[in-house]
Design a binder for this molecule. Structure first.
Ligand code: PLP
Length: 473
């Protein structure tokens, strides 16, 4: 394939892409395939000779497309959306055409400096104080791992990397039971151990951790000779949108000298709207904050914004400088690979630039406010329906509910009934939902957040849910 072929295929793919997006809402949201179907259609061995692009594209349409779940479908109400606004797709296309590797300032000065500016644009958009500096990580999981490693190193006076953890005091990290599993994995990978991730009980409608219980747990750990190292707070956790009382928890963390990390992977985007910022009052006191523009802001995966009040602690934890990575004679430059786990880095700042300029903050705010209002409308309609009960109240555009038919179901069968409802809805294909557990019970999650979702799409969710539920019994 040469660049002339690339030119003609590039044009064809632009047309294909626009057609796909114009007609995607006619497709079932979740892939309607069985495990192994894709694998059975792929040759077991690679071709010895090159093949024609026409044949490759035909196979793509025939084999791959039916096996995809459509994340950009306007009735994708499962998990959290991973938006890819058209402006972001174009930026990714440019980044993949030029394909720079942006590990050091000198390997891509423009990418580095744009990253600095874009992270500051995002900081201002969320109204975080100017002392925060940012870095783009691939995912929130990586940002959280970087923060946990920093907690570890700071608590061990920067001896963990050199000496390892054996013979050290037990490090203790605190969080609520609602946190995302990326927190557990960061604790494992950092060598701290699951047993030392202390779950503080939650209280109240926001399902946030109880600050008094946090204080008591830290005191008990100190009395036992352990080393409290860090606090991980959630704003909009994945299951139900659980949100910790940040200000009260920060009081405890500061008094105890703990390094603090706020996981706002999903809900952080909503902080571009001033009316939602009361949910995370006190976050400006955290050491580290992560949110994913690749969820609700339309900047396509992967793009995770990681803010640090003092990046030098992170850099002290992660930076390593063999001679071949040094940039001599350029003072004041940033090598962002020293702020993250991986050395290699893609040019992710470009898509933030394209998206913020194309939609403007007002354009983005309008979308988020619409999603939240439409989701609340669905919440109100389900709450008024005799056969449904709301389990957790709306947190931004997320709430959970349960099918509890009037007259009741045999004791102990409610979970199975609700799982059958989720499965039947997803087999139907018009909308896509997922389940979670709240206090042990299986519940159905709803959240709206796709860039092109309309009020009509959310209203259709009500029709689909009630129609399929009615047919189940
Ligand atoms: C999505 C999510 C994550 C994980 O995000 P990745 O970027 O996929 O690692 C972590 N925490 C919360 C609250 C999330 O919603």
């Amino acid at each position: 394939m040469n660049w002339d072929d690339f030119e003609s295929w590039g044009k064809r793919l632009s047309t294909w892409g626009a057609d796909y997006h114009r007609t995607k809402s006619d497709r079932p949201v979740r892939a309607q395939v069985e495990p192994g179907e894709m694998l059975a259609q792929l040759p077991e061995s690679p071709p010895e000779d090159g093949q024609d692009m026409t044949a490759i594209m035909e196979d793509f349409e025939r084999i791959v497309m039916p096996g995809l779940t459509h994340w950009q479908h306007p009735r994708f109400f499962a998990y959290f959306n991973s938006n890819a606004a058209p402006a972001s797709v174009l930026a990714e296309y440019l980044a993949s055409i030029i394909a720079p590797q942006c590990m050091l300032w000198q390997t891509s000065p423009a990418a580095t400096e744009m990253e600095t500016r874009m992270m500051d644009w995002l900081r201002q958009s969320l109204d975080l104080p100017s002392e925060f500096q940012g870095v783009i990580q691939d995912t929130a999981s990586s940002a959280t791992l970087a923060a946990v490693l920093t907690m570890r190193e700071k608590a061990l006076d920067w001896t963990g990397n050199s000496h390892g953890l054996s013979g050290q005091k037990r490090l203790r990290i605190y969080c609520s039971p609602e946190v995302h599993t990326s927190i557990d994995r960061a604790i494992w990978i950092a060598g701290i151990g699951q047993e030392n991730l202390v779950r503080i009980p939650i209280a109240g409608d926001w399902r946030g951790m109880d600050p008094d219980a946090l204080r008591a747990a830290i005191a008990a750990d100190r009395a036992a000779g352990h080393l409290p190292a860090g606090l991980i707070l959630s704003v909009g956790a994945t299951g139900t949108g659980a949100t910790d009382p940040i200000e009260a928890c920060m009081d405890v963390a500061e008094a105890e000298g703990l390094y603090t990390h706020v996981d706002a992977a999903w809900a952080g985007s909503a902080m571009i709207c001033p009316e939602f910022r009361h949910y995370w009052t006190g976050t400006h006191r955290a050491n580290s904050i992560v949110f994913n523009p690749h969820k609700w802001l339309g900047v396509q995966f992967d793009c995770s914004a990681h803010f640090l009040r003092d990046p030098s602690t992170l850099v002290k934890t992660l930076a390593i400088q063999p001679e071949y990575l040094k940039t001599h004679g350029k003072d004041g430059i940033i090598n962002y690979s020293e702020w993250s786990i991986a050395l290699g880095r893609r040019f992710r700042a470009l898509k933030i630039w394209f998206v913020l300029r194309t939609y403007g903050l007002e354009g983005l705010r309008t979308r988020l406010r619409d999603h939240i209002a439409w989701s609340r409308d669905l919440h109100d309609r389900l709450a008024a329906h005799p056969d449904f009960e709301i389990v957790t109240p709306p947190m931004w555009s997320l709430f959970t509910f349960r099918y509890a038919p009037h007259g009741g179901v045999p004791a102990g069968t409610g979970d199975a009934l609700n799982q059958r409802l989720v499965d039947a809805i997803n087999d139907d294909g018009r909308i896509y939902l997922t389940q979670t557990r709240v206090d042990g019970a299986l519940v159905i999650r709803f959240q709206a957040g796709q860039f092109e979702t309309t009020e009509e799409d959310v209203r259709m969710a009500y029709d689909v849910i009630t129609e399929i539920a009615g047919a189940l019994l």
